[in-house]
Design a protein around this ligand. Structure first.
Ligand code: P6P
Length: 345
């Protein structure tokens, strides 16, 4: 009888496509000396909530959970029923998981102190971003940041535990509820994407070691605000048009970011008359995507500062955001600073 050797995946990657998320988390845990498994468990808790929210979003049209909830959140935005459901699901998963001591959520006015004396981590989360797209079946997403608490475990949560720079994140990720549902995250050792197989209830590694193209020909911005833009933004978008780049903007940050991350491109949400500090929130939108961007070789700035260097001063503070392929962000920043971009090409 001839016995053939098992031929390992020839991709040369440390982890082969098709590895389950659970197994990947376990295998990657060894990247962290002295890791005791709490962060691994926290990532699993987030994945569980994502599976539940995925189920809810997939049947929103059938189970009367689409549409407005009838209240306005702290942002002054009309809450959709799925916003509230997603918030409840992630809150429950994070509090029951036992690894978290405090949560900052787009849907909560103030910090949620879980009174968990053993929780080492603080989570900042936008449970369901782009929710206005729910009723028209456009992709939406969850965005999360994970920080280690600074003050001693068991002591009361302090401002310093919450108001940490994005560069202090120990992990960050997003879930994209789209044509397929994906979980993309980083723990500071690269970016990996997992696709959800509904029939098995598992996330499987589908996009190992994501690297963003250094440049691209896609720009994502709401051109309806063009008359509000500062001159530098107008000049950069004009340059994109002169180069005949493609305009792709679906009004859902996670979906626009994910496409640009894979194909190359830039997403811009500058200051506008309605949002003079930009629309996107630093703590639970910009910081997470900025860490993922940088880990994938891309960039994220507010037009002059690296997003991850911005010291938060308020829970729901907003920031202008330019994020995507490094050469495109660099060029946009140079134009905003009035530099002659010819020198960049
Ligand atoms: P506008 C959704 O509300 C969101 O926060 C992002 O997902 C999206 O990119 C942006 O706002 C859309 O905002 O002002 O262009 O409709």
């Amino acid at each position: 009888m001839k016995i053939l050797p098992y031929l390992p995946d020839r991709s040369g990657l440390a982890y082969s496509v098709g590895t389950t998320l659970d197994r990947f988390i376990k295998l990657k845990q060894s990247d962290f000396p002295f890791a005791s498994g709490e962060l691994s468990q926290l990532l699993r808790d987030i994945a569980l909530a994502a599976k539940i929210v995925n189920r809810e979003t997939n049947r929103a049209g059938l189970s009367n959970i689409g549409g407005a909830f009838g209240q306005v959140n702290v942002q002054g935005e009309e809450q959709q029923k799925l916003d509230v459901i997603a918030n409840i699901r992630f809150m429950r998963a994070l509090s029951k998981g036992g690894e978290v001591c405090a949560i900052v959520s787009e849907e909560e006015d103030s910090v949620i102190d879980l009174q968990n004396s053993s929780g080492k981590y603080v989570v900042a989360i936008d449970p369901l971003d782009g929710s206005s797209n729910i009723d028209v079946n456009i992709s939406i997403g969850t965005i999360f940041s994970i920080y280690r608490r600074i003050t001693p475990a068991g002591s009361p949560i302090q401002q310093e535990d919450i108001m940490q720079k994005g560069s202090e994140q120990v992990a960050a990720g997003y879930v994209l509820y789209g044509s397929s549902t994906m979980l993309v995250y980083t723990t500071g050792c690269g970016v990996n994407g997992f696709t959800y197989e509904q029939s098995l209830g598992e996330f499987f590694l589908s996009h190992p070691d994501i690297r963003a193209p250094k440049s691209g020909e896609i720009y994502s911005v709401n051109e309806g605000s063009q008359l509000d833009w500062e001159a530098g933004i107008k000049n950069y978008i004009t340059l994109c048009k002169e180069r005949r780049y493609s305009a792709r903007y679906i009004g859902s940050l996670v979906a626009d970011f994910h496409r640009n991350l894979l194909k190359g491109g830039i997403y811009l949400y500058p200051a506008t008359k309605k949002n003079p500090s930009g629309k996107l929130r630093l703590l639970y939108e910009a910081n997470a995507l900025a860490l993922i961007a940088e880990q994938a070789g891309a960039m994220a700035t507010d037009g002059s500062r690296r997003i991850l260097d911005i010291k938060p001063t308020s829970l729901h503070q907003r920031t202008p955001l330019l994020i995507g392929s490094s050469e495109m962000v660099q060029e946009a920043e140079a134009i905003l600073k009035g530099e002659d971009v010819k020198s960049l090409i």
